[in-house]
Design a protein around this ligand. Structure first.
Ligand SMILES: O=C(O)[C@@H](CO)OP(=O)(O)O
Length: 248
């Protein structure tokens, strides 16, 4: 039976500072490294053998996968990386403090930018210090395709072709696949797998560094609800993500 393990990267240095991150390539914090290690231990304890790893092109997801697979004694697992698994591009909000943004623009706008289904934040300027223009890791993609801001709907549009063309194929061959990615690119994938409505997805937050395991049938439908390998920590982590605007 195909198995899919989703892992949101461990806490990053910008998660720690409570900044909107998106495509800015920040690294894991010390806590994030510990979370990644724990993710690997949980994978090992669950007896999961990963056949194929997928990551985004962003260092925090790559670091998380490496640390986790090291802890699980599975560093040999083959890997494919794609920008299509990157975090949602946060546009002009990239680099901004979440609590300050909430204060400046109010709760309604903040929630719309952060969790509405199809309203992207204002676009990033090409001369912003947080732009991705000129970033060599995206040299092989059409510059017109690189987003300047994304809603969750736009993330789904760019993520799903990769799911269908690459990840789903591996799963259909019966492989156990691990995807190390980001809060919003994983929300996009969970929305697709669990058929969550455009309204209800606003209430879903994914905690950092806790593997979420799906068992799928031959049509890649979940045979039962996906399970976090540490449900208690996952519930606390998801609540903390939801409350990030309030963090001082
Ligand atoms: O800043 C970001 O890129 C994301 C994930 O950390 O934040 P949010 O949970 O607010 O969508």
């Amino acid at each position: 039976m195909p198995k899919l393990i989703l892992v949101r990267h461990g806490q990053s240095t910008w998660n720690e500072k409570n900044l909107f991150t998106g495509w800015v390539d920040v690294r894991l914090s010390a806590i994030g490294e510990k979370e990644a290690n724990r993710a690997g231990e949980l994978i090992k304890e669950a007896g999961i053998q990963v056949d194929q790893l997928y990551t985004s092109k962003l260092s925090r997801a790559i670091q998380t996968a490496n640390i986790a697979l090291s802890a699980a004694d599975q560093l040999y697992v083959p890997v494919k990386r794609s920008w299509r698994l990157n975090e949602r591009h946060y546009g002009a909000l990239q680099g901004k403090d979440k609590a300050q943004t909430l204060e400046q623009y109010g709760a309604e706008k903040f929630q719309i930018w952060r969790r509405s289904f199809d309203v992207p934040p204002p676009p990033i300027e090409d001369d912003s210090e947080f732009t991705q223009v000129g970033d060599v890791r995206y040299n092989n993609i059409d510059p017109n395709v690189i987003p300047k801001s994304e809603s969750l709907a736009l993330v789904i549009d760019r993520m799903l072709p990769y799911w269908q063309d690459e990840i789903a194929k591996d799963l259909l061959e019966g492989k156990t696949v691990m995807v190390a990615a980001h809060g919003n690119s994983l929300r996009a994938l969970v929305k697709h797998l669990d058929k969550i409505s455009d309204d209800d997805i606003a209430g879903l937050n994914i905690p950092t560094g806790i593997p979420l395991v799906y068992e799928l049938d031959s049509k890649l439908q979940p045979v039962k609800p996906a399970e976090y390998l540490d449900p208690e920590a996952a519930a606390a982590g998801a609540a903390a993500v939801a409350a990030q605007g309030q963090k001082k």
